[in-house]
Design a protein around this ligand. Structure first.
Ligand SMILES: Cc1cc2nc3c(=O)[nH]c(=O)nc-3n(C[C@H](O)[C@H](O)[C@H](O)COP(=O)(O)O)c2cc1C
Length: 330
């Protein structure tokens, strides 16, 4: 195989990074400390603006700028939620993020104001058919998210696997929009999977789950501990936790997390849960209050298989980069 130098990837060059990794903007987990630690480690650090909660975004984004290099800090939002309230996006744009990532909805509504701010637009897609819309929005980077990913993505009927989605989108972009960069997302969590992403034709990887399981992540400690004990068989996609959390996610999106006892209780009875969620919500809320992750959810993808420790983010980024580079030829 041809030798590939990670630092020479188009993604590293475009954002002046030391490794071809972006921290996924994970709602309530990618806070300022994790974004800053990722940026200091040479990656792109995207704060998880998530549902666009203004006070949370203001606090965590300011912390990221305080602790990390400004030129590697950006922010991400859930697009359909911005359609209800875009004040957190507007606030973030005033602080000149290097990049803004939009996922789960039509990015074209927000593309103009993001471009005027000078930020690069990153669009996360789950299917080939969404790519043309992201290119039309002027995306600098497209993230191809496979169904292995933790958190939200497309449901079983519509999701694709990272291993086939990435090369298909890479070929599409090479033919129609060769200047657009591509990141792989979903299952990228060690040196092998990072090297694989690059071999498949991506310019880098967007890493969620593996950086969720780090010291700086704002995920609850009990959830992280549960992840360390869980194998790759132990997660599932469904609408269960969105219903329990009263999140009105539009179809065709659903959510991957650890398939705990409460999930198993309801996963075969989604319509019954939707029709009468009160008792299950009470059990879920009690689990959250008690820090009991047999009822509360731990948001992580199939790459939980590769999570066996909870070190600082810098150690994970250095380890992934070193091991991937060795596989790609030092
Ligand atoms: C805890 C968690 C929260 C997430 N929250 C968001 C989010 O708010 N917005 C978003 O675009 N993607 C979110 N994602 C999905 C990531 O952007 C990314 O696609 C995914 O983490 C990549 O797969 P991986 O988890 O296997 O690394 C989340 C993922 C996780 C694990």
């Amino acid at each position: 195989m041809r030798r590939m130098k990670i630092t020479e990837s188009r993604f590293c060059r475009r954002f002046a990074l030391d490794t071809a990794i972006a921290l996924a903007p994970m709602a309530l987990a990618s806070g300022g400390a994790l974004a800053a630690a990722s940026a200091r480690a040479g990656a792109l650090g995207l704060v998880g603006g998530g549902y666009g909660e203004l006070a949370w975004t203001q606090r965590e984004y300011a912390l990221a700028l305080q602790q990390g290099p400004r030129e590697r800090i950006g922010c991400g939002f859930i697009t359909w939620k911005l359609d209800e309230d875009a004040s957190a996006l507007d606030w973030a744009l005033e602080h000149r993020p290097v990049a803004v990532m939009l996922s789960f909805g039509d990015p074209r509504t927000y593309a103009g104001r993001i471009a005027r701010s000078g930020a690069a637009l990153i669009c996360q897609v789950q299917r080939l058919e969404q790519v043309a819309q992201a290119v039309e929005a002027g995306a600098t980077v497209i993230v191809a998210q496979g169904g292995e990913a933790g958190g939200h993505g497309m449901n079983g009927l519509n999701s694709r696997a990272t291993i086939t989605l990435v090369p298909e989108i890479a070929d599409w972009l090479a033919a129609r929009s060769p200047g657009t960069l591509l990141l792989a997302a979903g299952g990228i969590a060690d040196g092998r999977t990072l090297a694989a992403a690059l071999v498949l034709g991506a310019d880098g990887a967007l890493v969620g789950s593996r950086l969720w399981a780090t010291r700086e992540s704002l995920a609850p400690e009990g959830a992280k501990q549960q992840a360390v004990q869980t194998t790759g068989d132990g997660t599932a996609r469904s609408e269960v936790f969105d219903i329990l959390r009263r999140k009105n996610w539009p179809a065709p999106y659903d959510f991957r997390a650890i398939r705990n006892d409460l999930h198993r209780q309801w996963e075969g009875r989604i319509e019954a849960l939707r029709a009468d969620p009160a008792a299950a919500r009470a059990a879920y809320d009690a689990g959250v209050t008690a820090g009991d992750f047999s009822r509360a959810h731990a948001t992580i993808g199939e790459s939980v298989a590769l999570v066996r420790d909870l070190p600082p983010a810098e150690e994970i980024i250095a380890r992934m980069t070193r091991e991937a580079q060795a596989l790609l030829g030092d």
